[in-house]
Design a protein around this ligand. Structure first.
Ligand code: SF4
Length: 185
């Protein structure tokens, strides 16, 4: 069995703070952001080919577990990142929105691929021309299909957002106004 040397294990960097002999001080926002960003529980909402790229992203070669995100959730109530991958028909719009509404705050949304982000090549009467018509999106991943590296890049951008988000953001009038624009309470 292959053994892993202790110095092969990479530990995430400490947040900004003040340190001296025997102490380290930082803010609660940064500690919570560090913990949240390295333990994202994604909900894969995969409807077509982009979902296959996600499967590769979860496999041993790309290994999303390296970023603390191997624990997928198929219950919206136990997920904090909604990953939408694939063509979303207009009929699916209300379903997607219901899933989003069932997720507890704080929640983030990653739109993976051209179809989820803009309807992609399907400029037709039946396809939603971007999921941001029904739910707010935090990060868009371009491509048709995006490679696993691009999906990982999207996850890293989400991690960056989470790490730097103020704990008060979700209670702010701006955030509530943004949700209200989508008709979400
Ligand atoms: S963006 Fe391309 S690969 Fe992804 S679901 Fe649409 S058609 Fe398929």
């Amino acid at each position: 069995m292959e053994t892993v040397a202790l110095n092969d294990v990479k530990v995430v960097a400490a947040p900004e703070g003040i340190h001296g002999a025997g102490f380290f001080a930082t803010s609660l926002d940064k500690v919570v952001g560090l913990a949240r960003s390295n333990s994202i529980w994604p909900l894969p909402f995969a409807t077509s080919c982009c979902g296959i790229e996600f499967m590769a992203t979860m496999g041993a070669h790309y290994d999303l577990a390296r970023f603390g995100s191997e624990r997928l959730s198929f219950s919206p109530r136990q997920a904090d990142l909604l990953m939408v991958m694939g063509t979303i028909a207009k009929k699916m719009g209300p379903v997607l929105r219901q899933v989003y509404e069932q997720m507890a705050e704080p929640r983030w949304v990653l739109s993976v691929g051209a179809c989820a982000s803009s309807g992609g090549i399907f400029d037709t009467y039946s396809v939603l021309q971007g999921i941001d018509r029904v739910i707010p999106v935090d990060v868009y991943v371009p491509g048709c299909p995006p490679r696993p590296e691009q999906i990982i890049d999207g996850i890293l951008k989400i991690q960056h957002l989470i790490q730097n988000e103020s704990l008060r953001r979700r209670d702010s009038p701006e955030y509530k106004a943004m949700l209200n624009k989508y008709g979400i309470e």
